[in-house]
Design a protein around this ligand. Structure first.
Ligand SMILES: [Zn+2]
Length: 287
């Protein structure tokens, strides 16, 4: 009798161990399989750090706009290999608080054609529409009344790890979040045929229009991948601007409208570095 009890307890413990180990490995596997792997992150961040945005001599500089690029906003990096793409909520909070308390104007990326209306514009962009944007970034934007643009991968909405349609709708209807296009499935556009590129963008345009009534005017290339055909198709589809991932501030006169630079907001970025980029915000145009 006593032996049976011990045997049962041991058996129970063994099953529990199997369940726990399975759960952990399942979670790890899930992240590497389902989420995009930005294998050029380190290279791009190094380039960005080398540039350090030394004072640029651009003739007729009309605008300098810091456009910050975020992916996940999470504490727990859960085994994902490129943790620089995972900014801590507390870090984002400090950054957003600084924007709100120092006279900067957070504007949507759709305002790229209307920058003359601002004095110190800054843009916050969140790529891919991960659920952490709804869970951890949106409450911060609301707290400080600061705007951000979420770039949506239309076929990944309502899938594990990504925002649901209801979450996107809630953010959009708050007036603090705009939704723009990040293709249907997040491919490297430069590796596709013209027709495939067209379809990837067209599906995303149609989704944002039919589900939210949004007209897509800003295209965000997945991984920053594009070539001259991508840019032609982007223009043909009615996009007015294309956002890249080349690192650094957007300077008119240097970047063209379909290859606009953004700053990697990294996990290791200090507030002083963030503020340094922010301080370059500049508009030299009269309405
Ligand atoms: Zn992306």
């Amino acid at each position: 009798m006593k032996n049976k009890k011990i045997l049962l307890i041991l058996l129970g413990l063994a099953i529990l161990t199997i369940i726990i180990v399975d759960f952990i490995t399942f979670n790890k596997k899930q992240i590497s399989i389902e989420y995009p792997i930005y294998d050029n992150v380190e290279e791009a961040i190094n380039k960005q750090n080398e540039k350090k945005e030394i004072e640029l001599e651009i003739k007729d500089l009309k605008y300098a706009v810091p456009i910050f690029m975020y992916h996940w906003v999470v504490d727990d990096t859960a085994g994902y290999p490129y943790i620089e793409n995972m900014v801590r909520p507390e870090t984002l909070r400090e950054q957003v608080e600084y924007i709100a308390n120092n006279g900067y104007e957070s504007v949507f990326t759709t305002e790229l054609g209307n920058l003359a209306a601002y004095e110190k514009p800054v843009m916050l962009t969140f790529d891919d529409g991960f659920v952490s944007v709804y869970q951890n970034a949106f409450p911060i934007l609301k707290e400080f009344n600061v705007k951000g643009t979420v770039f949506v991968i239309s076929e990944l909405v309502d899938t594990p790890g990504y925002c649901t349609k209801a979450q996107l709708k809630e953010m959009y209807e708050s007036g603090l979040v705009d939704l723009q296009c990040h293709t249907a499935t997040h491919p490297y556009l430069a590796q596709l045929t013209r027709e495939q590129m067209h379809n990837e963008m067209q599906k995303c345009i149609d989704y944002l229009k039919s589900e939210f009534g949004i007209t897509s005017t800003v295209m965000c290339y997945p991984y920053g991948s594009r070539n001259s055909i991508t840019i032609e198709e982007t223009q043909k589809l009615g996009f007015l601007y294309g956002l890249a991932m080349d690192g650094g501030i957007y300077y008119s006169g240097r970047d063209n409208d379909y290859e606009i630079s953004r700053i990697y907001a990294t996990r290791s970025m200090k507030l002083s570095e963030f503020v340094n980029y922010l301080s370059k915000s500049y508009v030299n145009v009269e309405i």
